[in-house]
Design a protein. Structure first.
Length: 283
């Protein structure tokens, strides 16, 4: 399954493939909760999954959005109806930077048939496709999914690994340029970036229409940063969420692959700050 899917292809898949599960993961840094948007309007049949409480462990030294407990993640996915042999499509409000967390987590869990809706809910609405305010009931018993989470199927970095990769390979910082340079920091206690990391904001993955750039365009963008298939590469962001979209973009670009994906510094800047590691500023 290609990691990106258009609204039109998803619409056809929902008609032809009953085992397709759609997950709505709209979320905003600082709120309000994405569930409010979901309850007003969403892709018909989509199940809302909360980033803070269902796709992450409680915040702490590990970061603001640590990886979830595998058993907890399995429960969440089964209640949403995710089944072995089916497929999952995740969407957020637009650019895929949050929906990529689901893509990454399912790949980490050993589930390969997962994609991000290109352009998110905004693209679905722009295509004139139907929406709904009906909230499906959580599935239980025989109606629930049977997915088995087999954690550890994607490479994960800790702070030491991130520091080493920034010196020996390429570590990409997915945050906005001003946060990377240390000019502002709206969330975490310290401003700046991991020494040696390069800035690759998630906003650069999409065009003016909100859709993802093509593989060749993404490859050219990463190539300007010195990223190629010959160098080890990883990504981080504020809390490990939007960096997942860098991992996805590298795969779309053909620089990495499903068999050899980029690494994710799961704790990201929030973990780096909590450990009081060395900070770099400037560009």
């Amino acid at each position: 399954m290609h990691p990106l899917i258009t609204p039109e292809v998803l619409s056809d898949a929902l008609s032809a493939q009953p085992a397709t599960v759609v997950l709505d993961v709209r979320w905003r840094l600082g709120g309000p909760p994405g569930r409010q948007d979901y309850e007003v309007s969403h892709v018909p049949g989509a199940v809302y999954v909360d980033l803070d409480t269902e796709l992450s462990a409680p915040p702490g030294v590990g970061g603001r959005h640590p990886l979830p407990d595998p058993g907890r993640l399995q429960e969440v996915l089964r209640r949403a109806g995710v089944r072995e042999g089916g497929q999952v499509v995740a969407y957020d409000a637009g650019d895929g930077s949050v929906a990529a967390r689901v893509w990454w987590l399912l790949r980490w869990a050993g589930y390969g048939e997962v994609a991000v809706l290109d352009g998110g809910f905004a693209a679905w609405e722009a295509a004139g496709l139907p929406v709904s305010a009906e909230v499906p009931a959580p599935l239980t018993g025989d109606a629930a999914g049977d997915v088995v989470v087999r954690a550890g199927r994607m490479p994960v970095l800790d702070a030491d690994g991130a520091a080493a990769l920034a010196q020996e390979g390429v570590l990409l910082d997915a945050r906005a340029a001003a946060r990377y340079r240390g000019e502002t920091e709206p969330v975490d206690p310290r401003a700046g970036h991991v020494p040696g990391a390069l800035n690759a904001p998630t906003t650069g993955h999409v065009g003016a229409d909100g859709r993802w750039l093509g593989g060749a365009e993404l490859a050219a963008r990463f190539g300007e940063l010195g990223v190629s298939g010959d160098v080890a590469v990883g990504a981080y962001c504020g809390s490990g969420v939007t960096a997942s979209s860098v991992v996805l973009a590298l795969e779309v670009a053909g620089i990495t692959s499903a068999e050899k994906p980029a690494a994710l510094y799961a704790g990201s800047w929030s973990n780096w700050c909590a450990l009081d590691r060395e900070v770099a500023t400037g560009g």
